[in-house]
Design a protein around this ligand. Structure first.
Ligand code: NAP
Length: 266
């Protein structure tokens, strides 16, 4: 006997809705590397993406254009602000609110390294790294917190690092700043519990960006040997997790540090 499946014609005619359509997402440090990958991935899934950059204006405009010009519904919009500078971040927040209203998703991605052994580390090396990774995250989260607390399914996604858990020779400043994001994220997740907004950290392992390309080849070879998957991550492998965390479907994940590191045992 042939089973007959009946479907309502109107359901068949509905266009597939992109999961981030109608969502406004701001990604800091999105002119290249992981930030660019996340911005593009969010745009590919329909989001309105604010592409923050500090100095790479041409690159940020290219990222934004590539999102707007793609076949997906997403649009890209470059906005300059040094995340370490509170006045800059406030000006960015005013400009974003004037044009787009409240944001739904904040990805605190901007980060730098200033590597040297602790014996040689200056206070300036220490503060520079903290200023971007930790104080920049504070500045941006503060500027958009009211939005994120009140919108439906708000999302805060902080980009930490495997180094925040593992530590590393020559990276005491970076490791301390990146592990600081764990406690920050967990605390926000608890304070936001019940609002529908979540806060999570992604802790990428070594990922193929300019930050890693700057490491001498011989040291890169040594690093790869310690990774069970024997390779560095592709940017898309980090970006796809950020995209999932940005969607409504991730609503029961909060306060987590999610490792994407090729199987490194921490
Ligand atoms: P990257 O290629 O060096 O790119 C860094 C981005 O941050 C650039 O777009 C840069 O913009 C921006 N930026 C730097 N300082 C800024 C500031 N003060 N204000 C606003 N934007 C600023 O770095 P990446 O490798 O993509 O890393 C991105 C994030 O992932 C960082 O937080 C990093 O710590 C983390 N991470 C990276 C790896 C890795 O292996 N690559 C692994 C784990 C975690 P401008 O060019 O305009 O300055």
């Amino acid at each position: 006997m042939n089973a007959t499946i009946t479907t309502k014609p109107t359901e068949l005619e509905l266009p597939p809705r992109q999961p981030l359509s109608g969502r406004t997402c701001l990604v800091t440090g999105a002119s290249r590397g992981i930030g660019r990958g996340i911005a593009r991935e969010l745009g590919r899934h329909g989001a309105t993406v604010i592409v923050n950059y500090r100095s790479s204006e041409g690159d940020a405009h290219a990222v934004a254009d590539s999102i707007t010009d793609s076949d997906a519904d997403g649009t890209g919009h470059p906005v300059q602000a040094d995340v370490t500078d509170r006045a800059d971040v406030e000006a960015m927040s005013d400009a974003v609110h004037d044009e787009f209203g409240p944001i739904d998703v904040l990805v605190n991605n901007a980060g730098i390294t200033a590597d040297c052994t602790f014996a040689n580390m200056t206070a300036e090396d220490w503060h520079r790294v903290f200023d971007v990774s930790l104080h920049g995250t504070f500045n941006c989260t503060k500027a958009f917190y009211d939005d994120l607390e009140t919108v439906d399914h708000g999302r805060i996604i902080n980009i930490s690092s495997v180094i925040g858990k593992q530590g590393n020779v020559g990276q005491a400043n970076y490791a301390a700043a990146k592990s600081g994001l764990f406690g920050f994220t967990r605390s926000l997740a608890l304070e936001l519990a019940g609002t529908g907004t979540t806060a999570n950290c992604i802790a990428p392992g070594f990922t193929r960006t300019e930050m890693v390309e700057a490491i001498p080849d011989k040291i890169q070879d040594g690093l790869r040997e310690d990774i069970p998957l024997e390779r560095f991550a592709a940017v898309d492998e980090i970006a796809s997790l950020a995209r999932y965390l940005a969607t409504e479907q991730s609503g029961y994940i909060t306060g987590e540090v999610i490792d994407v590191n090729g199987g490194i045992d921490l």
